[in-house]
Ligand binder design. Sequence first.
Ligand SMILES: NC(=O)c1ccc[n+]([C@@H]2O[C@H](COP(=O)([O-])OP(=O)(O)OC[C@H]3O[C@@H](n4cnc5c(N)ncnc54)[C@H](OP(=O)(O)O)[C@@H]3O)[C@@H](O)[C@H]2O)c1
Length: 249
Amino acid sequence: MGQMDSRTVLVTGGTSGIGRAVVTRFIEEGAHVFVTGRRQAEIDALVAELGTGVTGMRGDVSDLEDLDRVYAAIAERGQGLDVVVANAGGGAFSALADLEPEDFDHTFGINVRGTVFTVRKALPLLNANASIVVTGSTSASRAIASFGVYSASKAAIRQFSRVWAIELADKGIRVNTVTPGPTETPGLAGLAADPAQARALLDGMADGVPLGRLGQPSEIADAVLFLSSPHASFITGSELFVDGGESQA
Ligand SMILES: NC(=O)c1ccc[n+]([C@@H]2O[C@H](COP(=O)([O-])OP(=O)(O)OC[C@H]3O[C@@H](n4cnc5c(N)ncnc54)[C@H](OP(=O)(O)O)[C@@H]3O)[C@@H](O)[C@H]2O)c1
């Protein structure tokens, strides 16, 4: 028996990095997983690899009509929704002096608006004892130069998740934030201008982690699975740092 047998799960941004590892982990545990991302080719490749346990849907979390299509498909399956992993997100370095309004709107549109309406629109479908896990970031509670917009967007969703935990508690719905430290994903490497700089960036980040290395997506996925499972039945409103100690250093 898997921990997620007969559960229906949505993972936004599930075609790469942390989201992909979460999808894989939930499928191993018997869930049916709806996966979103903006690139159809990545979705097709994931579905081909993982098989019948996954339903891939192209969708941008910052587009409300895309979210409506995804939730319509989940409703049509007729089994509600047990877990929402609001994971889609990203950012870029920009010093305050160089910041353009479009860059601010883009990052907040995906990380904040996208997360808020992913969760808001899930509510009518959530089954009893459903679990919501939001992907935060250690940058939300640190000050990294040129990372202000991303950091603030992650601080915003951390705060939303605390409030939602209180608002949804009377329905038995739990809401938690999983907070990765630097984790080896295409998204993290993509912060650098080119592959050579990416290696230097990643090595520099690993140096700042007490455990002395980057996290692996599967390590974040294990934490998401835990927070979504009955093992975490008395945990809501919490923030689980999966960061090799970075936030405590
Ligand atoms: N890696 C780290 O070190 C780290 C640390 C802390 C927090 N995080 C957070 O963890 C989450 C995953 O990051 P990652 O490093 O795994 O990134 P990644 O490798 O770039 O993967 C991001 C995933 O999200 C999808 N995505 C991006 N924008 C989207 C949108 N608007 N709508 C729907 N899907 C979207 C991407 O697919 P498409 O491009 O096809 O849409 C992809 O599947 C993010 O929220 C990130 O902020 C990462």
